[in-house]
Design a binder for this molecule. Structure first.
Ligand SMILES: *Cc1c(COP(=O)(O)O)cnc(C)c1O
Length: 390
């Protein structure tokens, strides 16, 4: 029995420590980590550079508050602004908080333009978080059910569908922003076309809408570029980050540029813990290590190898609908619900995940080696084969 509130259906395993891409449970059994704590442990486990940086920071200063300047936050913001080519950064502690900031920013922007009931376009199968506004923006009834009344002010369109957005533009003068994931994670590894993003950027420019991307899962090197929208060669007005930003230390960020810069003024938004020195040092070290250790190239290279390995091992099976992804964000869509694979993976010493009922999802740490990637494929292929043929 546990006194933890019953919000998660947890697997029957607890980890005591990790090293690189391995986790170890209470019995000393070792697992290959294909999930990175849901795209969080960018640098794997017990990364010496991260451990040293945050340990030293803990000894200096953990928290002083946003009543004062925070040099570590200023440094992390400078670095993020430079790699994103955006102007401003608001730090918070999680993905849903970053998205709350984006939603509030869009509304404030709308009001500044005289729109009294500003509306934001969001997409089907989107996942934006579990707070009231972000679950309302989420395109999954299971996340919303029971929490009505939902927050209003969202218009939903199919994912990756420009015509649907043009229709909304034509009949709704209160739209002020579009908000979507360049690659939907929880929704099943659904990839927006680059052409869609480029055309959407043009619509946003034409309509003076904010182009807002939720890169909480797909951002920070995972798809081989710093951010997934960069594959399309466009610049968003607002971008949210969290998961991989601190390699396990909680931190989120909402970035703004263009029309979205300068919208928040003192008193409009805040967070007690946001931008604390400890979390910002974790973020800075993560960003520096992604760069110094060429982890984006690693994600591109290893992601391709894993997808090719899965293709070779599984493509003859009729039950495999599609193997897709970008970099180290990989989905294998099957023709049937496959949640049982997670438990079977656990027994085989593999940490994998299933999302959207039928999609086996891999989100390994960016430090995964070629040998570990091959091990992941070699473990997963027979699991999926037996599951479909068994
Ligand atoms: C996980 C996730 C969130 C929510 O992040 P939390 O830190 O759990 O609040 C939001 N958007 C996307 C795309 C995510 O994957």
């Amino acid at each position: 029995m546990t006194h933890l509130m019953d919000t998660y259906q947890r697997l029957p395993v607890a980890f005591t420590h990790g090293q690189g891409c391995r986790l170890f449970d209470e019995d000393g059994k070792s697992y290959l980590d294909g999930m990175a704590g849901v795209a969080v442990n960018t640098l794997g486990h017990n990364h010496p550079r991260l451990v040293k940086a945050i340990t030293e920071q803990i000894g200096r200063l953990i928290h002083a508050s946003n009543l004062y300047r925070i040099r570590e936050a200023e440094d992390a913001a400078d670095r993020l602004a430079a790699i994103a080519r955006m102007d401003e950064v608001f730090f918070c502690n999680s993905g849903c908080e970053a998205n709350e900031a984006a939603i509030k920013l869009a509304r404030l922007y709308g009001h500044s333009r005289g729109v009294e009931q500003p509306m934001i376009i969001v997409m089907e199968r989107a996942f934006h978080g579990r707070t009231l506004a972000t679950l309302s923006a989420t395109g999954n009834r299971k996340v919303q059910a029971g929490f009505e009344p939902l927050v209003s002010g969202f218009v939903r369109v199919p994912f990756d569908d420009l015509a649907a957005i043009e229709q909304v533009a034509a009949r709704n003068p209160d739209i002020v922003a579009v908000f979507f994931e360049p690659i939907q994670g929880e929704g099943g590894i659904n990839i927006a076309h680059n052409e869609f993003m480029r055309s959407l950027r043009q619509i946003c420019d034409r309509e003076h809408w904010l182009f807002m991307v939720d890169e909480v899962q797909c951002g920070l090197g995972r798809t081989g570029t710093w951010f997934a929208h960069q594959h399309a060669g466009i610049l968003p007005d607002v971008m949210t980050l969290a998961k991989g930003l601190g390699s396990g230390v909680p931190i989120g960020a909402c970035l703004a540029t263009g029309l979205a810069a300068g919208v928040f003024k003192p008193g409009n938004h805040g967070s007690t813990f946001g931008g604390n020195p400890l979390a910002c040092i974790a973020a800075l070290t993560t960003l520096e290590t992604i760069e110094s250790d060429a982890l984006m190239a690693r994600a591109t290279h290893l992601g391709r190898a894993i997808r090719e390995g899965l293709q070779v091992g599984l493509s003859d099976l009729a039950g495999v609908i599609e193997i897709r992804g970008d970099g180290l964000m990989i989905g294998v869509e099957l023709d049937r619900p496959c949640g049982a694979l997670v438990t079977q993976g656990l027994a085989a010493g593999l940490l994998i995940n299933v999302t959207a009922d039928k999609v086996v999802r891999l989100l390994p740490p960016l430090v995964m080696t070629d040998a570990e990637g091959a091990e992941l494929v070699a473990g997963l292929v027979p699991l999926i084969r037996n599951f479909l043929e068994g």
